[in-house]
Design a protein around this ligand. Structure first.
Ligand SMILES: Cc1ncc(COP(=O)(O)O)c(C=O)c1O
Length: 372
C-alpha cells in the first residue's frame, strides 16, 4: 500500500475484522451484532459497516439515530438498532428508514406513541432493562409491566428485550451473575404473562467471552470485533487480530544546542547536540497531550519530548542515529518485529483502549486493507 501521500493516517485491516467477527460467531454460536457506534470505534463508520454487512452481519448497533441514518444513506440494508436515546421528534425518520429504537422510559414511550405515523408502518422497538448497570434501562422490577404496556400499543412492534453488563470483564465479581439472574426473572415473568420478548440479548464482548450462559439469541460486540481486549487484564482467545494501525512520518531532524527549549511551554530542554525529530501527528489527530508517550521508529521504542502540539510532536532520536526525514513512524501497530497496541497507548494515557481508538480524529485518512 502506497501511503506516501499522507502525513498521518490509519490502516484498517478489514481481513482482521472478518477473522474477529467469525471468531465471535464461533464462540457464541449465535448472530453477532456488529457495534459500529462512535465512527466504528474510530475505524470509519460507513466502510466498516459495509464490510460487516458484506461478511454477513444481520445486525448493526449504533448509539445515535444520526449514525443509523448515515448508514442507510450509504446503502446499508442490514437491521440497525440505536442503542441509546432517540428524541421523539425522530420517530418518523426511524420509521421511514426502518431503524430500530431502544425504549426504556414510559414517558418517552408515550411520546413515541404520539409521534408514530400509521402510514409508515409499525415502529420497531427493543426494550432495555437495567439489571445492574445503573445507566439506561427500565429498572428490572418495573420491566414486566413496562414491556406489557409496550406490547399493547398497536403501532409498536416490540421486537426485542435486552440488558447491558457493567462488569463482564471482571468475571470474578458476582455482579454479572446477579444481572443474569435479574434478567432471567424478567423473562420468566413475561412468559407467565404470555408476552413474547422477541430477540433476547445481553452480552457485549466481555460478556460473550466470559459468560456463555448469556449469549441468548444474539450478542453485541464492539471492541473484540476490532481485535482488542475489553480490559488490559483479559486476553483474547486465539485468532483475534487488531484491525487498526496508526502511522505517521518523521518530518524534521535537527541537532540542538545545549539547553534549547522544545515545544510550547519549554517543558523539555536539550543536551548539547541532541537530535530532535518532529512527527506529523498531534492532539488534532487524537494524540493525547500528556508527557511520556512513545512511538516506534526503525523498530525501536522512541520517547516523545516536550508538549504535544495540535499537528506535531517531537521525539528524542538517541536510539535511532540512522533515522531519516520521511521514515514511517508507528503509534499503534507493528514495525520490524516490535509492536505498540492501543492497549499499550491507553496505559500511557491512563485510560482504556476504547477511548484511544474512539478518539481517532475524522481528519485522518483511513486506508482500508482488504483481500482481493
Ligand atoms: C448497549 C451496548 N451493547 C454493546 C456494546 C459493545 O460493547 P463492547 O465494545 O465492550 O463489545 C456497547 C458499547 O459500549 C453498548 O453500549
Amino acid at each position: 500500500m502506497n501511503n506516501d501521500n499522507y502525513a498521518t493516517w490509519l490502516e484498517i485491516d478489514l481481513n482482521a475484522i472478518t477473522a474477529n467477527y467469525n471468531r465471535l460467531k464461533e464462540i457464541s454460536g449465535v448472530p453477532v451484532m456488529g457495534v459500529v457506534k462512535a465512527n466504528a470505534y474510530g475505524h470509519g463508520l460507513e466502510e466498516t459497516a459495509l464490510h460487516l454487512q458484506h461478511i454477513g452481519a444481520q445486525w448493526l448497533g449504533v448509539a445515535r439515530i444520526e449514525e443509523a441514518l448515515q448508514l442507510r444513506e450509504s446503502g446499508i440494508q442490514t437491521a440497525i438498532l440505536v442503542l441509546g436515546y432517540t428524541s421523539p421528534k425522530r420517530v418518523k425518520d426511524a420509521q421511514k428508514a426502518n431503524i430500530h429504537l431502544t425504549i426504556y422510559d414510559p414517558l418517552v414511550a408515550h411520546m413515541y406513541e404520539k409521534e408514530v405515523d400509521a402510514d409508515l408502518g409499525k415502529l420497531h422497538l427493543h426494550a432495555k432493562i437495567d439489571t445492574g448497570m445503573g445507566r439506561l434501562g427500565v429498572p428490572a422490577e418495573h420491566a414486566p409491566a413496562f414491556i406489557e404496556d409496550l406490547s399493547r400499543v398497536r403501532m409498536f412492534n416490540l421486537e426485542g428485550v435486552f440488558t447491558h453488563f457493567a462488569c463482564a470483564d471482571e468475571p470474578e465479581k458476582p455482579v454479572t451473575l446477579e444481572q443474569i439472574s435479574k434478567f432471567e426473572a424478567v423473562l420468566s415473568k413475561l412468559k407467565e404473562k404470555g408476552i413474547d420478548p422477541g430477540l433476547v440479548h445481553a452480552a457485549n464482548s466481555a460478556g460473550t467471552l466470559n459468560f456463555p450462559q448469556a449469549h441468548y439469541h444474539m450478542v453485541r460486540c464492539g471492541i473484540a470485533t476490532y481485535g482488542l481486549t475489553p480490559t488490559a487484564s483479559m486476553t483474547l482467545p486465539e485468532g483475534f487480530v487488531p484491525s487498526l494501525a496508526w502511522k505517521t512520518r518523521l518530518i524534521s531532524i535537527k541537532s540542538m544546542p545545549q539547553g534549547h527549549g522544545i515545544s510550547y511551554g519549554h517543558r523539555y530542554h536539550t543536551r548539547e547536540g541532541e537530535r530532535i525529530g518532529a512527527i506529523a501527528v498531534g492532539y488534532g489527530d487524537g494524540m493525547r497531550r500528556v508527557m511520556g508517550n512513545h512511538v516506534l521508529l526503525r523498530g525501536k521504542k522512541v520517547p516523545m519530548v516536550g508538549s504535544v502540539c495540535m499537528d506535531q510532536c517531537m521525539l528524542n532520536l538517541d536510539a535511532v542515529p540512522d533515522a531519516q526525514v520521511g521514515d514511517e513512524v508507528v503509534l499503534i501497530g507493528s514495525q520490524n518485529g516490535s509492536s505498540l497496541s492501543a492497549t499499550d497507548l491507553a496505559e500511557e494515557w491512563n485510560t482504556i483502549n476504547y477511548e484511544v481508538i474512539c478518539g481517532m480524529a475524522a481528519r485522518m485518512p483511513r486506508r482500508y486493507i482488504r483481500s482481493h
